[in-house]
Design a protein around this ligand. Structure first.
Ligand code: VG1
Ligand code: CO
Length: 543
């Protein structure tokens, strides 16, 4: 055994956020930075001797180096086997799938998701547990404690491995299996979704565009949509993963996926449009002429999931993150199943999924998923939509309008104020907290505050408590505003303001969202004094 114990000292900034540790690439490239963090993760896995670990990432700049380093650290820490995706690639949902299928003790997932990549872009490292899901708060807190006390890391003295060929190699006593990153995932999709029906749909002339945004979903979407399902070549665009995502921001929303968005809203729109993010866990759905909000998509998929083989026996329950609109709750009520409201971040769905309390879950930030893995899953959501379209024979826009007619419409928008000063952001949140008691009953424009609180979550399965998860203000006029600070940013602070309003009168279902939401937007700005405190009169991104 040729491994070294290397003395090190802690970095003070290795606290995981909403989804792992995310920093600018130059921060990660500091000597010992990656080694410290990965060793800290390994230190809190007591049963790692001989265990299987999964390693892979979204292919962004620095991915390959960190995969090689992680393999050498894993060998020196006693793991028995590592499964790594070819070229170091694994989408986030595929990593979750591989962990579960192969009985791994966990996985190291390398991604900064929808954040830009490249030498000056972002990088991230996340630990997923044996259930395939992001480590819960108790585990990320233990990792953080460990990073503050670390004195050495252990690393094998080995040459870099060839990661570009499927096969097996060894580092000391540890086996490294380079696997096809798509195969296990594609097999799982085939179990859940009616591939035959979708094949017939494409054969009948149905056309879609899938924008992989030069990120990790390209190989998955090409293999499944164009390969297994027979969609015409060219259905998948930007399908080759690039280290800098072609210079783009791989965030599937109308702002960053604007080419797809404009195509779908134009006269030559195909029947269906979809996109995914850097690491493949997010999805954007656009019907011809109509953007489907992620909150609506969760509700619509919940209402129609029984049409897919994997969900034919119905749903146990539905969960959504707190800022996600209440559209899914209305579906749960009509199905007579429970609805859960969790803090932002997929890690909070894990206990509910493991306990069998929910089948589908989602977030307003373009995340939808089910109990098939323990991450949100962009391509899965697209396939479930296709299954619904194939089974009903209806157009996607018709499905959405019928949904609104049955359940009412939750108009929704999110305003992000990016890279504001941390001090101002904290002052704004404190200012809101100080007002909570006095807000109910207050009249703002034509709206009246009915309730105001700071979301505190008690996990119904393990009883763990997570406080200060966002300020929520509800209005008597069936509107709501939520404020929270992002936990994934890498520069300054990002304030997210989530704005929604429910309408169910038949003549109010097809209004312009901006018009319906304008009074709520104004109230949100006034209550928090956003312009006064941050100096910003307009958000930097509206989705
Ligand atoms: C954001 C989203 C959240 C999502 C998280 C990770 O977090 O709001 O819903 O779970 O990103 O998604 P925050 O703390 O910045 O609001 V991904 O696709 O970046 O892994
Ligand atoms: Co992502």
């Amino acid at each position: 055994m040729t491994s070294r114990h290397v003395p090190t000292s802690p970095f003070s900034d290795q606290k995981p956020g909403t989804s792992g540790l995310r920093k600018k690439v130059p921060v990660f490239r500091q000597p010992r930075y990656v080694e410290n963090f990965v060793q800290s993760i390994f230190d809190i896995i007591p049963d790692r001797e001989g265990a299987t670990l999964v390693v892979g990432g979204d292919g962004r700049f620095f991915n390959r180096e960190v995969v090689q380093t992680t393999l050498k650290l894993a060998a020196a820490n006693g793991f028995g086997r590592v499964l790594v995706g070819r070229a170091g690639l694994l989408s986030t949902p595929a990593a979750s799938c591989v962990i579960r299928k192969h009985g791994a003790i966990g996985g190291i997932v390398l991604s900064a998701s929808h954040n830009p990549g490249g030498p000056d872009g972002d990088f991230g490292i996340k630990f997923n547990a044996a259930n395939g899901g992001p480590a819960p708060e108790s585990v990320t807190a233990a990792i953080y404690e460990r990073t503050k006390a670390i004195t050495e890391y252990r690393i094998a003295d080995a040459a870099d491995l060839d990661l570009d060929t499927v096969g097996e190699a060894r580092i000391d006593g540890m086996v490294v299996s380079v696997i096809d990153p798509v195969a296990d995932y594609a097999a799982l999709m085939q179990e859940l979704i009616d591939f035959d029906a979708i094949r017939r749909l494409f054969a009948s002339g149905f056309r879609m565009r899938f924008d992989a945004m030069s990120a990790v979903t390209g190989p998955y979407a090409t293999a499944i949509l164009e390969g297994a399902l027979g969609a015409p070549a060219g259905t998948v665009v930007n399908g080759t993963p690039e280290e800098d995502f072609g210079g783009h921001h791989p965030d599937p929303n109308p702002v960053h996926a604007h080419e797809l968005y404009e195509l779908m809203l134009g006269a030559d729109a195909p029947d269906f449009g979809a996109a995914s993010d850097g690491d493949g866990d997010r999805n954007m759905i656009v019907a011809p002429g109509l953007f489907v909000t992620p909150s609506d998509s969760l509700a619509i998929l919940s209402a129609h999931a029984h049409r897919a083989p994997g969900y034919a026996s119905g749903l146990a329950g539905i969960a959504r993150s707190m800022p996600t609109s209440r559209a899914a709750d209305r579906v749960a009520a009509s199905l007579g199943i429970p609805a859960y409201e969790t803090p932002t971040g997929w890690k909070f769905f894990g206990t509910l999924l493991d306990a069998g309390l929910i089948t589908l879950c989602g977030e307003e930030s373009a995340g939808t998923g089910s109990n098939h893995v323990r991450e949100k899953d962009g391509l899965w959501a697209v396939l479930l939509w296709l299954n619904v379209l194939a089974a009903t024979g209806k157009r996607a826009d018709a499905i959405v309008r019928e949904h609104w007619a049955a359940f009412g419409r939750d108009y929704y928008t999110r305003h992000d104020y990016e890279e504001i000063e941390s001090e101002s952001a904290n002052r704004l949140m404190e200012g809101l907290r100080a007002q909570l008691a006095s807000l109910p009953g207050r009249r703002i424009g034509d709206l009246t505050v009915s309730t105001a609180d700071d979301f505190r979550y008690v996990d119904p399965v393990d009883g763990s408590v997570t406080a200060q998860q966002g300020i929520r203000i509800s209005f008597a006029e069936d509107a709501r505003v939520v404020y929270r600070l992002s936990g994934t940013g890498t520069a300054g602070a990002t304030l997210r303001v989530y704005i929604e309003r429910y309408e169910n009168a038949p003549d109010r279902l097809d209004l312009t969202p901006d018009v319906v939401l304008a009074p709520v937007v104004q109230a949100a700005r006034d209550i928090a004094d956003i312009a006064g405190i941050t100096g910003r009169s307009e958000p930097s991104v509206i989705t």
